[in-house]
Design a protein around this ligand. Sequence first.
Ligand code: PAJ
Length: 287
Amino acid sequence: MIIIDTIQALQKTLAEKRQQGKSVGFVPTMGNLHQGHLSLVDTAKKQADLVVVSIFVNPTQFGPNEDFDSYPRTFEEDCEKLDQQEVDIVFAPSIEEVYPGFKTDKTKPSLTSVHVAELGKSHCGASRPGHFDGVTTIVSKLFNMVRPDIAVFGQKDYQQLAIIRRMVQDLNIPVDIIGAPILREDNGLAMSSRNGYLSQAEKDQAAGIHRVLQWAKEQLESHKLSFDDVEQSAVKQLTEQGFRVDYFNIANAETLQVAETSDTNLVILAAVFLGKVRLIDNITLTI
Ligand code: PAJ
């Protein structure tokens, strides 16, 4: 495994590999890797000859009051895990390498940004203004740096995946986007770098999110309650369990718009705070 920190060195290495006829799979991450990230690597390995994993905590997708500074940075451990997973290239650029303007003006590291309309308005987009523009801008930049044949993203960030698929389609970016299933702890809690902020007791408590999502799915599948009733009851259950609910929304799985009774493919998206920690999860269903 080689670790590369400049765009030039990355592109030189990848050009050589491509000349040998190798296809490139890409897994973008912000590091602090867990089994969920590593499962994306496995998926990429099955679909491409060599795998590039990027580790870059992207400042432009964090809001002013969010955890950019405290976001867990565990580079050494991450590299060990990726080496064991037989990743070919770790791309870990500095902020200045990615955003040359960052030093002079932190608020405007890039004058250009990629904005996907509509899909980014609701759910996480409503509570985290500018977040998805930060994500689509960095992912476009990374795609231009790596020029992968395929790229793997987790369904854990369901809205992010939908937005990236749409961006790639709208901008004719020549990459196949692959969605990978959510990896969970034994108690059902979706694996996340932010779980590291939780105590063991809070992790047990946080498993309640998945239980409520599953309860909601069962209600919808058995047509026992209306969408509104399910949403309201879920918010009540989560609040009683000690969460501050950011949103709990039943949506059309493709458009992410508020679900209509005629929709067949649905996704239930949830974001809650446990103390200061914001956790997201989702579940899909067909009715
Ligand atoms: P990060 O949160 O590090 O996640 C990297 C990738 O891992 C994303 O595609 C995410 O959906 C996936 N992932 C996280 N937890 C997962 C789980 N429990 N099961 C399966 N996949 C999981 O998402 C980002 O970074 C950033 O926004 C990024 C795309 C790298 C742009 O900065």
